[in-house]
Design a protein around this ligand. Sequence first.
Ligand code: DGL
Length: 249
Amino acid sequence: MACIGIFDSGCGGLSVYRELIKVLPLEQYHYFSDNAHCPYGEKTALYIQRRARFITEFLLDKGADIIVVACNTATAAAIATLRAEYPDVPFVGMEPAVKPAALGTRSGVIGVLATAGTLKGSKYLNTRGIYESDVRIVEHVGQGFVELVERGILEGPEAEAVVRASLQPLLDQGADTIVLGCTHYPFLQPLIERLCGPSVRVIDPAPAVARQTVKVLEQRGVPVGIGPFSVELHASGDPSSLNRLFASL
Ligand code: DGL
């Protein structure tokens, strides 16, 4: 049985957890929500690196064999530092799904929704550099999306107004594919898809991250699939939003 540590600035990483349990249903999970420090989106890289280090220590204490950084912003700011400081620990990170979007677009325009931290990170900028000669890539911060999800507001007039304000500029520029570049955003995916209409494809990278986790565990020779399954939720702040979203999965 593998022990899988997962962390995010809040409950968004549960969008990765729900994909992980599909491909790794018999493992032991520890999920850490850093909601006392959420959102990460506008914080400095140094601040996020300090938090990532603290959470890594916590998850290693719990016996984690692998750590899934289920946060695009923390991946952008801290995964290189974590890999340098913990060379024996496998880390799996997030990356906006620009590649499948670029391969699938018909209009030639793809829209990326992410936090400010992710959009200015070198990882994302490199990926964008690879594809922007073939497709036009337009971006927008999902302003207020993280806060909505943390408050458990996934539908209704308030959610609709907040989501529309960041989504519409991408649609207006001709995007026929929307990449969800923040792990909180898939919880708003039904709303996003409704506002986009049926001709627009919305991509959540979490299934690909879950498959990558399986691959890394196999490469490391960590036995999986033995069971029993268990999950523990941890939060640096009030755990109620995490518990609520978890219960709805
Ligand atoms: N779930 C985080 C991400 O994927 C949210 C960032 C934030 O806390 O602003 O980027």
